[in-house]
Design a binder for this molecule. Structure first.
Ligand SMILES: *Cc1c(COP(=O)(O)O)cnc(C)c1O
Length: 385
């Protein structure tokens, strides 16, 4: 059996060069970067080098980067922080119905505190219509938050256009770019964003560390209180090894982005063609061209996704499904629901997500195993029916 990891949208393997860059800060260089003494200074040097790498990757200024514990914290900070700081100006937030749970959960919480939230629909390919953002704006709107690319179906939104509309109205614009930073070009100026969330473990860095880009002059309140770290924008001692690792991951991504995109897109298209050729009653979810290089999402008719995952896992293959009980949610996928899929097609969904360590061999192995696995699962469901 060949163990094959095809679940890069959940997390990516840590690049060995990232692990090596973290090593000194796990052992010898242990100082607290907030301290003025030489131990603190050493650690601070690593943190500031990482800040430059991360800022460079997204075209930001170094003082606009705030280190966090990951994508979830960055999203919580952006939504709750902007809502709180703008209480006297308004209480209306615009987002989409396909956001990550960390955005939707923050919105739900804010609704319980008196905010009103518009959840924009998406078209069958998962696109938010920028016009619909414009139409949803009211005098009370204080924030628009639309994700750059979706983690389930891979659809990439027209963030630059939405950002332009928000800016014309003077409304803060946030994007969850956890799936795009380090994978496709991301530039905070060309995207017209005021805030942007990213997470290291989605681009070959360590888990539990990320950042929030906050454009200078953006009104927001910190989420974590009780310390002056990050210019009082995020209290708590910095995760020095994690930040050093993320800095290295950003540096690697800056250097190899174009090449990696080409390679992963090639794998993706080979996989899509292979599935199309070998599996009947299969439907590709998401946008045909405006999609992440590493995302493939299919719905198979008459297939129980959870069972399919089990069969694949028995063959060493790891991917994920939007069916009833996926790891990070309790019900059927809200994203697949929002693009209008029937409950049968949601149940039969499979996300295969790729990255730089996937080999052509892995794709061939997957394409060898999948038809047999689908056949087994289909015969089971058909017998039950
Ligand atoms: C993974 C993910 C997150 C959460 O990031 P963590 O660092 O795991 O908290 C947020 N948004 C999107 C789109 C993601 O894919």
């Amino acid at each position: 059996m060949k163990r094959t990891y095809l679940d890069y949208a959940s997390t990516t393997p840590t690049d060995p060069a990232v692990a090596a860059a973290m090593q000194p800060y796990l052992t010898g260089i242990f100082g607290n970067p907030s301290n003025a003494h030489s131990f603190g200074k050493e650690a601070r040097k690593a943190v500031e080098a990482a800040r430059r790498s991360v800022a460079g990757l997204i075209g930001a200024k170094t003082h606009e980067i705030v280190f966090t514990s990951g994508g979830t914290e960055s999203n919580n900070t952006a939504l709750k922080g902007v809502a709180h700081a703008n209480r006297s100006r308004g209480n209306h937030i615009i987002t989409s119905s396909i956001e990550h749970h960390s955005v939707l959960g923050s919105c739900e919480f804010l609704e319980s505190t008196g905010c009103s939230v518009t959840y924009l629909p998406v078209d069958p390919e998962g696109m938010v219509d920028p016009e619909s953002v414009l139409k949803a704006i009211t005098p009370k709107t204080i924030l628009v938050s639309i994700m750059h690319a979706n983690n389930e179906i891979g659809t990439i939104q027209n963030i630059a256009e939405i950002g332009k509309l928000a800016r014309e109205k003077g409304i803060t614009f946030h994007t969850d770019a956890v799936q795009t930073v380090g994978h496709i070009p991301v530039n905070v100026d060309s995207l017209n964003v005021d805030m942007l969330s990213a997470s290291a473990h989605k681009f070959y860095g360590p888990k539990g560390v990320g950042f929030l880009y906050i454009r200078l002059g953006t009104r927001f309140s910190p989420f974590m209180h009780g310390g002056m770290q990050e210019k009082s924008r995020r209290a708590s001692t910095l995760n020095v090894p994690g930040i050093a690792g993320m800095g290295k991951a950003a540096e690697i991504a800056s250097g190899g982005l174009g090449e990696e995109m080409l390679y992963v897109t090639l794998l993706r298209d080979r996989l899509i063609k292979g599935i199309g050729d070998s599996i009947s009653r299969a439907h590709l979810n998401g946008h045909p061209s405006l999609r992440l290089p590493g995302n493939v999402n299919y719905s198979f008719e008459n297939v129980e996704g959870e069972l399919l995952l089990q069969h694949l896992d028995e063959e060493g293959i790891a991917c994920s499904s939007g069916s009833a009980c996926s790891a990070d949610s309790s019900g059927p996928s809200h994203v697949l629901t929002a693009i209008g899929l029937s409950s049968e097609l949601i149940a039969g969904s499979l996300r295969i997500s790729l990255g730089k360590y996937v080999k052509e061999d892995d794709i061939d192995y997957f394409l060898e195993v999948l038809p047999e696995a689908i056949k087994k699962v289909r015969s089971l469901t058909e017998v039950i029916e």
